[in-house]
Ligand binder design. Structure first.
Ligand code: NAP
Length: 250
């Protein structure tokens, strides 16, 4: 069975490892190409956009894909919308590996906002020291009164970044004590974060709680899904029930 994983996440890599161990699957992992040195993977990898829905339909047909597993990040909504449309058009089964969001704990000081633009507004007029763990840094140029420390894997691509900005290039997973030290050493007053879920980037949220710091939490976008699974193991179980398009109607 030919399986396409839409990846760029820890879960996608975990699923690729599971499928690589099973000879009944011929697996390709698809990456958007945002990271210049992605981690080595145990399955074939393709890199770059498909060219919208039509491009993805073509890819599924040309490569005889039997099943797609969308394991992209909770905030990557466009690729998921394309996957839902393209799989339907090509008649290919689609499952979506959905990562549970972090849940607010009793001592958390979260302020939830609908978008990154709203987060920039919510920071207020008085200058603050802000830790950003997201990519859309240009959206904070509208609030130049703050001092920003932003952590990214790759240098920012957009023009028009906020003027008072320090960049940290680091890739998770992160450690609670190191996160606590970073927030203290940089005298951070507020964190802006996506609700990514998972363990790799949670330590900053736990460190904020320990230091009683507020977190501006950006809500998840609506992300279209196929059949929802919540773990890499469940995705493998789902594959057992998929009928190959080439065998359908026989
Ligand atoms: P997006 O807005 O949903 O996608 C934009 C376009 O990038 C898509 O239309 C598609 O281009 C291409 N693309 C995205 N993921 C792809 C994949 N796995 N394989 C091939 N093409 C892909 O996505 P994004 O927010 O830019 O995220 C890009 C990648 O980074 C995703 O793979 C995601 O899992 C990962 N990531 C995102 C975040 C985040 O916060 N957004 C965080 C961590 C990791 P075409 O239309 O040309 O096919």
């Amino acid at each position: 069975m030919r399986v396409l994983i839409l990846g760029g996440t820890t879960e996608a890599s975990a699923l690729a490892r599971l499928l690589a161990d099973e000879s009944r699957f011929e697996t390709t992992l698809s990456l958007a190409g945002r990271t210049s040195a992605p981690r080595a993977q145990p399955v074939a990898t393709r890199v770059g956009g498909f060219g919208g829905i039509d491009g993805q339909v073509r890819y599924l047909r040309d490569h005889g894909i039997d099943a797609v597993i969308d394991a992209t990040h909770p905030y990557a909504a466009q690729i998921s919308a394309h996957a839902v449309a393209a799989s339907a058009e090509a008649g290919v089964a689609l499952a979506s590996l959905v990562r549970a969001p972090w849940q607010r704990q009793e001592d958390d000081r979260w302020q939830e906002v609908a978008s990154t633009r709203d987060a920039a507004v919510l920071l207020g007029d008085a200058p603050r020291r802000v830790f950003l763990s997201l990519e859309d840094l240009h959206l904070f140029a509208t609030a130049p009164q703050h001092h920003y420390i932003a952590r990214l894997i790759e240098p920012p691509q957009q023009a028009g970044l906020p003027t008072d900005l320090v960049l940290l290039r680091q890739r998770g997973p992160f450690d609670l004590e190191a996160e606590r030290r970073l927030l203290v050493d940089e005298r951070i007053e507020v964190i802006v974060s996506k609700n990514s879920g998972g363990d790799a980037t949670y330590p900053k949220i736990a460190a904020a709680r320990a230091l009683a710091l507020p977190v501006v939490m950006i809500a998840r976008p609506d992300k279209p899904t196929g059949h929802v699974v919540t773990s890499a193991e469940a995705a493998v179980d789902w594959l057992a029930h998929v009928r190959s398009p080439s065998r359908r109607g026989v």
